[in-house]
Design a protein around this ligand. Structure first.
Ligand SMILES: Cc1cc2nc3c(=O)[nH]c(=O)nc-3n(C[C@H](O)[C@H](O)[C@H](O)COP(=O)(O)OP(=O)(O)OC[C@H]3O[C@@H](n4cnc5c(N)ncnc54)[C@H](O)[C@@H]3O)c2cc1C
Length: 510
């Protein structure tokens, strides 16, 4: 059932100029959707919730494309059918049928995942959560929000504004990604430094298991020590153990005051001392510390993400750090931030060249727009090989430099092959996004990068996936971050929940 290393080789189709994992082995033993299956689904769902190229009144294939192609346009499925249930009961009935019929299911949220986990490897059925977008309840005393899995992250944020709370999670894809997708990828994002991971803030989940059983663990308790905490298994499971249909999450009180400042640094070596000094001085009000190297900043500007800083503010800058504070009293927070900036500028050997402090909500958003726009800027510049890794902070630059060197040695560092190697990420969490921006996805570039990058990460005892997950992209590399014993137990857990292997086949496990 599980993809062997050999069979997990990638195939390159010259006609399509696309990379894809060999799907056949991954899906052996699974059936494709037939017209009889559709007849059954039409007893569960209205016709408007069924998109299929198989129906008599067939959906035009173009309508299925957004579901079959991932955000990077790197991974491509060939599903004939997308179902959009509205209730947990409908999800349960669909999953139960697919389990009986051995039909592979890909749960899909906002399809913003960056590891190819949200699209089929072949023609599995796509179960879109888009129609499950109701907020079920919010308690403004405890801050506990219970919502359908298909709620878009931005809509939850907007809802919470009038309740003076925020979602403890924020990321550049918030306008499209769904809370169920966030939970299923254990997304980290921009607020993790302050509010911790979803393993802490998710209080309960409702999950449809692969046999259709509804596991209702939608508790709204802060404390519940009654045996195994099953929900943790689904956080970061990438849809391989069940379909998340409801989420209970602890929202945080909205900060009374938020400030941000973009710091320009003369050299990377200053990032760590700056982080230490910033933590020391800002302590409880520090809410983000985001790093970007000069090349990726320039790409953001080139592709219109946020407003460019004044040329004088970026002159001589090797990299940038965006610092955000969130606190309870504006004057207090501003005083702390100003005194940090003064001490940084007035030091005998200043750690920064300049600091651009936002003085209005518009400027605050404009500075964040640069950071949040980096992923998009990279994808506009070319085809991105994305490595989302955890390594010790002082190794960030070394990883970028050694990757560049590797590509140079292979003769691939030029405009027709690899245009840029950039680094940015959540320094506060030890998470670097190493992005290799190429003119096209090619076997030569991939061979130069893998397993090179994974071996490099392993040599630093890092993680090959800090927050994006494994998806289909890194199944063959799981061994670099997980021991054989861990992988064995992961397989046993998968087999226990999903003995027929219908849930997101070909993803996560090698
Ligand atoms: C511009 C941009 C910025 C990003 N920034 C960050 C960032 O800062 N931090 C970060 O961690 N990620 C980031 N990402 C990656 C991505 O947005 C996250 O992984 C996000 O959590 C995915 O949510 P989604 O709803 O789009 O899920 P999808 O992409 O649809 O799915 C992702 C995975 O979860 C599974 N899944 C989705 N919904 C469910 C469900 N209801 N039940 C079971 N399984 C499900 C899918 O099968 C798939 O394996 C970014 C992506 C983009 C495009």
């Amino acid at each position: 059932m599980f993809l062997s290393r050999q069979l997990a080789r990638r195939v390159y189709s010259r006609s399509h100029r696309r990379w894809a994992h060999s799907p056949v082995a991954a899906l052996s033993g699974l059936n494709t959707v037939t017209e009889e299956d559709l007849a059954h689904f039409s007893k569960i769902l209205p016709s408007s919730a069924i998109l299929s190229t198989l129906t008599p009144s067939a959906t035009p294939p173009a309508e299925l494309e957004p579901f079959n192609n991932d955000w990077m346009n790197k991974y491509h499925g060939r599903s004939t059918t997308v179902l959009k249930p509205r209730t947990t009961q409908e999800v349960s009935e669909i999953v139960k049928w697919c389990n009986q019929r051995r039909i592979g299911i890909v749960p899909q949220g906002g399809n913003t995942g960056l590891v190819g986990g949200s699209v089929p490897v072949r023609d599995e059925l796509i179960l879109s959560l888009a129609n499950m977008s109701k907020i079920r309840s919010f308690d403004d005393v405890s801050g506990i929000l219970v919502a359908d899995a298909g709620c878009i992250l931005q809509s939850l944020s907007d809802f919470l504004v009038s309740h003076h709370h925020i979602v403890p999670l924020d990321l550049g894809a918030k306008g499209s990604c769904q809370i169920g997708g966030n939970v299923s990828t254990n997304a980290g994002g921009l607020r993790l430094l302050r509010y911790g991971s979803l393993h802490g803030t998710v209080l309960g989940l409702e999950v449809v298991l692969p046999d259709g059983t509804i596991l209702d663990q939608l508790t709204s308790l802060r404390k519940d020590n009654t045996g195994y905490d099953l929900k943790q298994l689904f956080i970061g499971a990438e849809g391989t153990l069940g379909v998340v249909t409801g989420v209970s999450i602890l929202a945080a009180p909205a900060p009374q005051a938020s400030n941000n400042v973009m710091l320009a640094l003369p050299k990377f070596e200053n990032v760590l001392p700056l982080f230490k000094e910033t933590k020391r001085q800002l302590s409880e009000i520090l809410s983000a510390f985001e790093f970007m190297d000069r090349t990726v900043y320039d790409l953001a500007v080139k592709h219109g993400q946020g407003r460019a800083l004044d040329p004088a503010d970026v002159e001589g800058a090797d990299c940038f750090v965006l610092v955000e504070t969130s606190g309870g009293k504006r004057e207090h927070d501003e005083e702390k931030l100003n005194s940090l900036l003064e001490s940084l500028m007035e030091a005998d050997e200043p750690l920064i060249n300049t600091g651009v402090l936002a003085t209005s909500p518009a400027q605050f958003s404009a500075l964040w727009a640069i950071r949040e726009g980096l992923t998009e800027a990279v994808s506009k510049e070319g085809k991105a090989y994305k490595y989302d890794i955890s390594v010790p902070l002082h190794k960030f630059k070394e990883v970028v430099d050694r990757t560049k060197e590797q590509l140079r040695q292979k003769g691939l560092l030029h405009d027709d092959a690899v245009k840029h190697v950039v680094g940015y990420g959540h320094v506060g969490d030890g998470n670097l996004h190493l992005n290799v921006v190429a003119a096209a996805y090619t076997p030569e570039i991939e061979a130069a990068l893998e397993p090179f990058v994974y071996e490099l990460v392993a040599s630093y005892k890092g993680s090959i996936s800090a927050e994006h997950g494994i998806g289909v992209m890194k199944t063959h590399a799981l061994q670099y971050s997980k021991s054989p014993t861990s992988i064995e137990w992961m397989k046993k857990i998968k087999a226990l929940f999903d003995p027929n292997g219908i849930m997101n086949p070909g993803k996560v496990l090698p």
